[in-house]
Structures are given as C-alpha cells and as structure tokens.
Design a protein around this ligand. Structure first.
Ligand SMILES: Cc1cc2nc3c(=O)[nH]c(=O)nc-3n(C[C@H](O)[C@H](O)[C@H](O)COP(=O)(O)O)c2cc1C
Length: 99
C-alpha cells in the first residue's frame, strides 16, 4: 500500500441507513474501473478506524467503510481457482440447484 500511487478511502455518513452498502457499491465501481484501466487494487477492511480518521482528518459523523490502494501492479498472478457456481447458486428457490 505504501508504494501505491493513491489510496482511496470510502466514507459514509454513519447515521444514514445502509451507508456501508452505498459506500461499498461506490468503492466496488472504483475498483472495477481501475482494474479495467490496468491498475491493481485491494479491498482493505482491516484497519484501525480512529487511526485512519485521524490521519485524514475525517469528521466524527463520518465513518471509513473501506480503503483501496490503486497502483501499477508489481505482478499479475493467474486467477485463483473458484468454487463452481453449481455448488452455491440457486434458481427460483433457495437450495434448488440448476447447473
Ligand atoms: C470485507 C473484505 C475485507 C478485506 N480486507 C482486506 C485487508 O484488510 N487486506 C487485504 O490484503 N485484503 C483484504 N481483502 C481482500 C481479500 O484478501 C481478497 O484479496 C479479495 O477478497 C479477493 O479474494 P478472492 O480472490 O479469494 O475472491 C478484503 C476483502 C473483503 C471482502
């Protein structure tokens, strides 16, 4: 993260219902767009709320939902294996497999 060109902090109004979802959607769009331009990102949820707020001067009524560095990736590893969708996706009714 220290080497990344920028680190984006996604902030939400802590009293607004569903603010974490709203911020997560925005962050995901930023991450997808950055990835499309060839940059590397990483969703960061492991941080000290008060520490990050202090560094950035974030007002009390806002909460940091997530961070992501955006930078030129040092390497481009192969995609990791994925659990087949047939093992967890349902059609029409929970647990009804379709593949
Ligand atoms: C809620 C959440 C929090 C995460 N926090 C961190 C983090 O603090 N540090 C980190 O290196 N990656 C973090 N990640 C990224 C994951 O380590 C992983 O790279 C990403 O979810 C893609 O994993 P996958 O290829 O197994 O789908 C987080 C992911 C999620 C969903």
């Amino acid at each position: 993260m220290a080497d990344a060109g920028v680190i984006i902090a996604g902030l939400g109004k802590a009293k607004a219902p569903g603010f974490q979802v709203d911020v997560a959607i925005a962050m995901q769009n930023i991450i997808l767009a950055a990835t499309g331009f060839g940059y590397g990102t990483c969703w960061i949820g492991a941080f000290e709320q008060q520490q990050v707020k202090g560094v950035l001067g974030v007002p009390d009524d806002l909460e940091v939902v997530a961070l992501t560095p955006i930078g030129v990736p040092a390497d481009r590893p192969d995609a990791r294996p994925r659990q087949p969708m047939s093992e967890f996706a349902s059609l029409d009714r929970y647990g009804q497999r379709f593949v």
